[in-house]
Structure formats: structure tokens, C-alpha cells
Design a protein around this ligand. Structure first.
Ligand code: ATP
Ligand code: MG
Length: 313
């Protein structure tokens, strides 16, 4: 099971769109994929089910909010498996296509925004020993949940993160093997990537330092790494990205982070409408050929990269 968090400090760069399409394409290739939406905007959730369905079937009892809430004193523990559901529309489409894979999901909740405050309170402590324990416990929460899913045979868990590095997002990093960083090729979108990479290193260092000194020995060292930066919303002229975008694509190389060879071209019409119908664009019928071919090459490179890093995959 590979756990991948999709993140960038910058909003609107395509994190959710890429997460939804990648999951659909992986399932189309026969993989079992679990999506976890930890963004209180609930955009990924609402790309697969309608707001009415969310309200009726999930909002009150079946979102990732229940998992984080269950650690409050006096509440009974929640099984993360209980929060998983299989969104019908995308999976019906996969069946029509004869795919053997599946997309499952844990929905988000608008109130997730308040959970960060609660987690911050749980971090506070009177003694150093307790501070270490609280840090590991709080940051390790999602990892602990995913530990319950080992028998579920998911090849991929994709976590759609909000555009900030609050505590909930940090729990995703701690739970992850890899980070996938979508970006536009412009100044402001690329600016935060170096900073994100430093934050990743700092969190890894602090967490692993605490693991070493923790007397309870309950947590394991972590090593989340950047799988790659994927450029999105690229405008192409004469089969190449336009000059301004190309220059930002070049500049990013100085950070020495892995970058996907594939870039995703801009196509407002195709990407904008698909969330409303609950089926990502890559599974659309015959329209949007550019989008389908971009996502397919990206998915191939994604699987190839993981296979290169981890030959057992
Ligand atoms: N390649 C693309 N071409 C054109 N439009 C795109 C492309 N990728 C994404 N979009 C559009 O850009 C908008 C933002 O995308 P998305 O919601 O996926 O970004 P995000 O990074 O998840 O945003 P947030 O930070 O708010 O979570 C959406 O309207 C989406 O349809
Ligand atoms: Mg999003």
C-alpha cells in the first residue's frame, strides 16, 4: 500500500482535480485506490457525490471528522474502515469500461477546520516527556488509522490536502510514503515549493527525533519523500509550453526536486464540468482527448516512478 499526499501551499493549482483523475485512471488499470479528503472545502468528496448525498448519507456519521474526533476524551474509538464508502457513479463507469479496479473514499467535512484547534490543545503539556508523547500521538493519528487498513488490499491511498500546513495536513505527511506536488508554471505557484520541501524536512526531523527519545517506544521513524512535482494548466504553442511557463518550469529545477516529465495541458471546459457528474474527465466518453492522454501519461509515469523506487511494487 503506497500512501501519497497531494499538496501545495498554493490554492487552485489542481490538487483535487489531479487526485480525482489519477485515482480514476489507476482504478481503470486494475488498481484498488482509496481516496481520503482532508480538505474542509470537501471538493474531492463533491467531485464524486452530490452535496445532497453528502448531507443525507455521510455528513453526520461517516467522514474523516469522525476519525479525528474519536480521540476526544470519553468518546469510543472509531474504526477507520467504517468511514470508507464506494462512490457509485465512478465505479459504475469503471465497470462499463471493464476495469477490475475500484475507487473508494473517505469523505471530508466542513467542520474539519475546527479540529485543528482541538488538536493544538491536545499537543499542549506540562512536562517534556508528555510533550514528546503528545506530539507523536497527535501527528501520528492518520498513520494509526491507515495501519488498520493493511488487509484491505489497497495499492494506493491518495490524500487530498488543503492548501496549508496545519496539524491535520501534518498528520497526512506523517502517514505518507510520498508527496505529490501539483503546481502551475507561474511565479507565485512555484514560490512555495521550496518552502514546502523545507517544512517536510523539518517535520521529518522533529518527528524522528521524538521517536528516538520517546520512552513509550510506540511510534516508528518516518521518511515521506517528494515523489515529484507535476506541472498543471500548461498552455501549449507549437507543441511546447509557452515561453513564460517554460521559464518557470526551468527555474524550478534549481530546487533539485524530482519533476514529472509529463505536464498537464490547460483545458478549462473539460476539467470544469466533470465534478458535477461524479466521474473524472479521464473516464469521459470520447470527448476531451487531450485531457485523457495527459492523465494517462501522467499515471504511467507515476506508476513507473514508484516501481523504480520500490521494485517490490
Ligand atoms: N489542467 C487544467 N486546465 C484547466 N483548468 C484546470 C486544470 N486543472 C484544474 N483546473 C481547474 O482549476 C480549478 C482549481 O482546481 P482544483 O480545485 O483541482 O485546485 P486545488 O489545488 O485543489 O484548489 P484548492 O487549493 O482550493 O484545494 C478548478 O476549477 C479546476 O477545474
Ligand atoms: Mg483542492
Amino acid at each position: 500500500m503506497h500512501v501519497i499526499s497531494v499538496m501545495n501551499y498554493k490554492g487552485g493549482v489542481g490538487k483535487t482535480t489531479i487526485t480525482a483523475n489519477l485515482a480514476a485512471e489507476l482504478a481503470n488499470r486494475g488498481y484498488r485506490v482509496l481516496l481520503i479528503d482532508i480538505d474542509p472545502q470537501t471538493n474531492l468528496t463533491l467531485s464524486f457525490i452530490t452535496p445532497g448525498e453528502w448531507e443525507k448519507y455521510y455528513a453526520n456519521t461517516k467522514t474523516i471528522r469522525e476519525w479525528f474526533n474519536s480521540f476526544e476524551e470519553g468518546l469510543s474509538p472509531v474504526d477507520l474502515k467504517r468511514l470508507i464508502f464506494t462512490p457509485p457513479k465512478v465505479n459504475q463507469r469503471l465497470q462499463q469500461l471493464g476495469a477490475t479496479g475500484q475507487v473508494d473514499m473517505i469523505a471530508s467535512h466542513l467542520e474539519l477546520i475546527n479540529i485543528d484547534l482541538e488538536l493544538a490543545v491536545q499537543l499542549s503539556s506540562a512536562s517534556l516527556r508528555q510533550a514528546v508523547r503528545n506530539f507523536l500521538r497527535v501527528h501520528g493519528r492518520l498513520a494509526q488509522g491507515l495501519g488498520q487498513l493493511e488487509k484491505e488490499r489497497y495499492q494506493f491511498v491518495l490524500i487530498d490536502c488543503p492548501n496549508n500546513l496545519n496539524i491535520v495536513t501534518k498528520t497526512a505527511i506523517v502517514a505518507s510514503d510520498y508527496l505529490l506536488i501539483p503546481t502551475k508554471a507561474d511565479y507565485l505557484s512555484t514560490l512555495g515549493i521550496g518552502y514546502l520541501n523545507n517544512s517536510l524536512d523539518n517535520l521529518k526531523r522533529d518527528y524522528n527525533e521524538y521517536v528516538k527519545v520517546d520512552e513509550g517506544k510506540s511510534a516508528r521513524a518516518i521518511n515521506p519523500r517528494v515523489l515529484g512535482v507535476i506541472f498543471n494548466m500548461i498552455q501549449v504553442y507549437a507543441e511546447s509550453p509557452i515561453a513564460t511557463q517554460r521559464s518557470y518550469m526551468e527555474k524550478l529545477k534549481s530546487l533539485r526536486l524530482p519533476i514529472f516529465d509529463t505536464y498537464l495541458r490547460e483545458n478549462k471546459t473539460c476539467y470544469a464540468t466533470s465534478p458535477e457528474f461524479g466521474i473524472p474527465t479521464v473516464l469521459s466518453n470520447g470527448f476531451c482527448e487531450n485531457v485523457v492522454s495527459d492523465i494517462k501519461s501522467f499515471a504511467s509515469e507515476f506508476v513507473h516512478k514508484l516501481g523504480t523506487i520500490n521494485p517490490k511494487f
